[in-house]
Design a protein around this ligand. Structure first.
Ligand code: ZN
Ligand code: ZN
Length: 255
């Protein structure tokens, strides 16, 4: 009934918290989380992540170089090769992060443009990470014709204008556990204003555990808590939020 549309399964704590990916998937299932998208952040870490998820039919992968990892090993040939894998349903995460690494802006821009071009070519949706770079993010998406492949603005923390501009490009907005944080008052208003038909939900685990799990390591099972918070915010039933966001996931990645 729920889909975790963005997590990093290769970064969970398998020493102390989980006995393996099967264990994580079982815990997710117990909370009605039936599908999981594990997101790649560097080319070097991609093969191991794929090997980890490959045995599980309900787990998919994306492939890309995170804007905060743009100084990692890169070749276009390798990105194309990995991205063509049948279990890879999305390109990213990619985008711009001027908050944490303004100094790599030029390289982030180049990588982002390369990912957009590839996504359009392979017709696989983009997973966008963006922080304090609204204008440049939209410019690159528009100039690369990203409306052709569409995508998602993941872990959304921007304003309503930016969200609406992304929706105009056919993109979806993915809401993480941040929405449950007390200080995220602006984000709560944005979530109230956006149509459920264009929302996805995610954990971004192992980061950003939602209330009531703050302080613990995040995991896909907790996406149910994000859904339940959105349901309360929007005055909807939990099952409606689960059903619609799961359908949105299908529409975006498996249309
Ligand atoms: Zn991100
Ligand atoms: Zn992420």
């Amino acid at each position: 009934m729920f889909v975790d549309s963005h997590c990093h399964l290769d970064k969970l704590d398998y020493e102390n918290l989980h006995s393996g990916v099967a264990d994580v998937i079982e815990k997710a299932k117990a909370s009605n989380v039936t599908e999981i998208l594990s997101v790649g952040v560097t080319l070097d870490s991609f093969p191991d992540m794929m090997a980890l998820i490959e045995p599980f039919d309900n787990v998919y992968a994306s492939c890309g170089v995170h804007p905060l990892d743009v100084e990692s090993e890169f070749s276009l040939e390798r990105l194309y090769e990995y991205a063509s894998h049948s279990r890879v349903i999305a390109i990213g995460e990619t985008g711009l992060d001027y908050h944490y690494q303004p100094e790599t802006k030029m390289l982030q821009t180049l990588r982002f443009e390369q990912h957009v071009e590839l996504a359009v070519k392979l017709n696989k949706p983009l997973i966008i990470h963006t922080r304090q770079a609204r204008k440049d993010t939209l410019n690159i998406l528009r100039s690369g014709s990203a409306e052709k492949c569409r995508g998602v603005i993941h872990c959304f923390t921007e304003d309503l204008d930016f969200a609406l501009a992304a929706l105009d490009l056919g993109f979806y907005i993915s809401i993480s556990g941040i929405v449950t944080f007390k200080q995220a008052t602006d984000l709560k208003e944005v979530v109230k204003a956006l149509p459920l038909e264009r929302l996805l939900i995610e954990t971004d685990s192992p980061y950003l555990a939602p209330v009531p799990h703050r302080g613990k390591q995040n995991q896909p099972a907790y996406v149910a808590d994000v859904a339940s918070y959105i349901a309360k915010l929007k005055g909807l039933s939990l099952s409606e939020v689960g059903f619609k966001t799961s359908n949105n996931f299908k529409d975006l990645f498996f249309r």
